[in-house]
Write a protein that binds this ligand. Structure first.
Ligand code: R5P
Length: 296
């Protein structure tokens, strides 16, 4: 079946769609997109899409609700136009951290997002969703794309005198699989975050990092608190260099300054979110393209 690429409505999505289109030699159909004076979005798909398979790329960047809703509008326009099937690629999946009821009275936000997407898309590819289990809410056809080995390859990381650190138990599997790829050791810290104030505390632990180059792996940097706390601990234990590999660099407020002050040497992120100073970016497009071919 002929495939057609539909770049989403924001610059991040367009950049990644361009990269996928180059890798897979796919023709792109750019949606007509505007926002009415009252704030409502307008979408039109100006191409013949009948009986084709559409690959829509839409990263749920800020404002997340708008990015999400525009993906829904695109999905509906595709169905109206007679598309045969639609795949949605979400480089950054918003609302993924609210994956359970932490405090009584809260929703499971990611469940709402997934179930809504399922109404309009047959398949979903997400870059490093906060917890892979959340894909169950979409049902069959949802795939998580883990970027860390792709990043390590692009950076030419080698195992000599390197160790991987997960800054909390949630990122432990990420650290473990990267350490298997690089054939080096890994360790983790135990983080506790106050649900009301957001303050972070890490349990004291002995770490074998003296004079080693440490790669800290996590899915998201938001305020920078998690990685900065981990990095200060690593420095106290004698780490030589500290590199951070993160899928999604949100980088709120003073995050970058906080990380530098804590001793982080370099931060590498994928281009799933708008670019910020002080971060080195790795294009995720080629990896997504590999997945799209494999699951073709
Ligand atoms: C949380 O479990 C995530 O994996 C990240 O560690 C967290 O979102 C990072 O947030 P921040 O940069 O605000 O500490």
């Amino acid at each position: 079946m002929e495939r057609i690429l539909i770049p989403g409505t924001n610059e991040v999505s367009k950049e990644i769609a361009d990269s996928i289109s180059r890798e897979l030699l796919l023709k792109a159909c750019k949606p007509i997109h505007k926002v009415f004076p009252d704030g409502e979005s307008y979408i039109r798909i100006p191409c013949n899409i009948k009986n084709k398979e559409a690959i829509v790329v839409q990263s749920f960047i800020q404002p997340q609700d708008k990015s999400f809703f525009e993906a829904i509008l695109i999905g509906d326009a595709l169905r109206e136009g007679g598309i045969s099937s639609s795949i949605l690629v979400v480089p950054y999946m918003a609302y993924a951290r609210q994956d359970k009821v932490f405090l009584e009275g809260e929703p499971i936000s990611i469940r709402v997002v997934m179930k809504t997407l399922r109404m309009l898309y047959e398949r979903l590819f997400v870059v490093e969703i906060h917890k892979e289990e959340s894909l169950k809410y979409f049902g069959e056809g949802a795939v998580n794309i883990s970027p860390y080995t792709h990043m390590a390859r692009q950076l030419g990381l080698e195992s000599s005198n390197i160790a991987i650190l997960s800054p909390d138990i949630g990122a432990l599997n990420r650290a473990k699989s990267l350490s298997q790829f690089l054939k080096c050791s890994y360790d983790y810290l135990v983080k506790k975050r106050d649900r009301i104030t957001g303050d972070i505390v890490m349990e004291p632990k002995e770490l074998d990092v003296n004079n080693k180059d440490i790669v800290v792996v996590d899915d998201i940097i938001s305020t920078g608190g998690t990685i900065a706390t981990a990095s200060s601990i690593l420095r106290k234990h004698g780490a030589r260099h500290i590199y951070v590999l993160v899928a999604h660099a949100i980088m709120l407020g003073e995050a970058i300054g906080k990380l530098r002050k804590s001793g982080v040497d370099e931060i590498y992120a994928t281009n799933t979110l708008p670019k910020k100073d002080g971060i080195k970016y790795i294009d995720i497009g080629p990896l997504i393209a590999n997945y799209l071919s494999a699951y073709g």
